[in-house]
Ligand binder design. Sequence first.
Ligand code: PLP
Length: 372
Amino acid sequence: MDLYFDNAATTRLSDEALEAYIRTEKEFFGNPSSVHRDGIKAKKELERIRSSIASVIGIQSSSLFFTSGATDSIASVFSSLLFNEPGRIIISSIEHEAVASWLPILRHHGWDTVQLKAKGGRVSPDELASLLTPDTKLVAVMAVNNVTGAVEDIKALTGTVREYEKKGGRKIFFFSDSVQALGKVPYDITSLGIDGASFSGHKINGPRGIGMLYLRNPSAFRPLAPAGGQEHGKRGGTENLPAIAALEKAVLSWIKRFDEEQPRIKALNSKIREALTRQGLEILSPEDASPYIISFVSPLPSEVYVRMLSDKGISASSGSACSNNAKGEGEKILLSMGINGSKARNAVRISFSGNTDEESAEAFINAIKEIR
Ligand code: PLP
């Protein structure tokens, strides 16, 4: 039985990902940039994996770049703005710190930064339309929120931006941090119409320290630090091939199992939502949120409640536990969704993975009955 309910923070490395990691470390130890036999062998494997992942995600392999995690992918995009004449950037007010922390840096460099409200967790295309200006260069809205699981209507938002572009005649880069979306909610990059996206290995049973960056039009992208020119000049640094091989297993596994996992996880989610409601605990996640995340108002300050769950062997989170310098990030996001301060302070997040089963759900339900 798996009592780990903090999969939005990080997941266990799967056995097949670990095996791929070890095998690749041994077999493909050459540097993919080296021109000798071992380097060429590693390079071939790297490009094989790039095509394999790109094809299951439904994109061109030339649009996919490996990074050291979503934070790194996001930094590539936001730091590249520093090459441009300052203009406006618009981001949602519920972005992860990996995105939001770029605002003061860009402001310092003369950028006009605007945050989109997300009442009830959702960004409105009409509000976005009202904030677009001729000097807007980038819009960033995450695909799935990491605190509540709210799924944004990215297609409608990119539609709004594209309509505006037709009038203004200038290209606006639409970025969507998709860490909590891949493999967890229906997600089709091409039909979403985005220009860039970030992904993370450790949220889908891959290793930590590996991620991906999608760029629809890589030739238009100039990274701030191309360094050694790896990753087709878009992200410098020796590629972490063993982690990339493990990531391939993780991505393929989540995408392959999507159709059977969705109804199973949705059923577990409903069961837990019903139990929370029976206990009189308010659920903060929208009805149609990602089935992998439930945020609710506990009867105690969240840190106390999470510790009491932990005493029962259950790992949950008091908000967004994926950043350690941003204490209260989850609370901040809930406040910007319009949730009041005392509810936000008592908010607890549980998040599932393929290892969460009926027994896990039962154990959680029993625990919440006992903690008052
Ligand atoms: N974006 C979201 C929505 C996340 O949940 C996380 C989690 O930490 C990140 C970005 C950062 O990902 P990484 O740990 O791969 O840098």
